[in-house]
Design a protein around this ligand. Sequence first.
Ligand code: GLN
Length: 473
Amino acid sequence: MPKYQTLQQIQAALKAGDITLEAIVQYYLDQIKSSELLNIYIEVYAEEALSRARTLDAQYQQSPEKVGRLYGMVISHKDVICYEGHRVSAASKILDGFESIYSATAIERLLNEDAIIIGRVNCDEFAMGSSNETSYYGPTRNAADPERVPGGSSGASAVAVQADTCLVSLGSDTGGSVRQPASFCGVIGMKPSYGRISRYGLLAYASSFDQIGILAHSIEDTALVLEIMSGADEFDATVSQKEVPAYSQQLHFEGKTRIAYIESALQHPSLDTAVRQNAEELIQLLKNEGHTVEGVDFDLLDYIIPAYYVLTTAEASSNLSRYDGIRYGYRSTNADDLLSTYKKSRTEGFGKEVKRRIMLGTFVLSSGYYDAYYSKAQKVRRLIQERTAAIFQDYDFILLPAAPGPAWQLGAKMEDPVEMYLADIFTVQANMAGIPAICLPTGTTPDGLPIGMQLMAPRFEESKLLAFAKTIL
Ligand code: GLN
């Protein structure tokens, strides 16, 4: 059990004078120390976090009304989100020693509301992976069973919350990287609509999919952090201009709703028995509460992963071309001209999975193959968007497991990339369609491994999604 489940609890304790923010930060630092074997943090900002806490404590003493809405919130960030004056490496050797010269808009907004950032956490290299094992810094372990993976790519963000080393962690979700680790670690993980949160300062993997996401213990904190990070930003042309609702004030859900579940997903051969059972129980529970829950067809399920890997590797091959050994981070020392500097820096700097994707992406974009792969995958993406929208004509939400099974043993899927890719089969639909989705901890397997269920809503319906999710927990 985490010591604090919500910011509200922390703020109540601070208000009552039961504790100081400095003591809260110290508590989390102690937790980080005692969970070192899980390899969650790449860097801990201990002194800085303590000193900021002391300043905020003093400020609160003087004028309690002047502190920000996140006063008391201690956050960690995935190593793909920039924080000015701090290192950022995408868990890759290629960015070794690189320091951010600006903060991501999301980080900036959290700091403006007096959040404290306690450290930078591990992830898969360039957020490519489903197990946190492709990191240059080695794998992060699942706190429920340290011999198992935490999921990925925001694996360490999930464990950071699971192991109670911070209240909230920021991850990024391109194909499920917030929701799948949330399900493996028994915490809440939310990916908002594409364009809800500015991507400025988020290291790009596949720009038309990437979104910052939130890992937390409570819907309340998820809603508040989302509300603060969201909205228009002159530094990101793809962010929506839509007004940001007060998500944290709209968490009351009333009435009966219509929920679709994808029948072929629940019958999918890859689905673990305990996960299927958990889904069936949830469906029954929702029906008992008077909601309409019905199975629907979605015959595109098996096309989701191939199309996703064509599109994202294509975008990645372009995005990652900037890491040339000249402009950022690592540069090979045994090169003697420009071309060999590029070649050797990239060969030595990128890990195996990243190289595989750059090559795959370059291939699918090359002339002669472009129409066969890239254009076709774009068409599949459009079909997935249309079919998903068609489901939302009749239903308010779509329910799916977050992953086909629970956390697997470290190393179990490292030799077979395709098997690893298939772990994303239920999460990618939301990224393809650009819709919001949330993973909720709904149970455990007989061995005590967490299981998560996922709810999706139409684009920009975060308010409804969060409020309904709260009724399930
Ligand atoms: N596992 C997926 C991939 O490797 C998703 C990653 C992500 O969402 N960043 O691409």
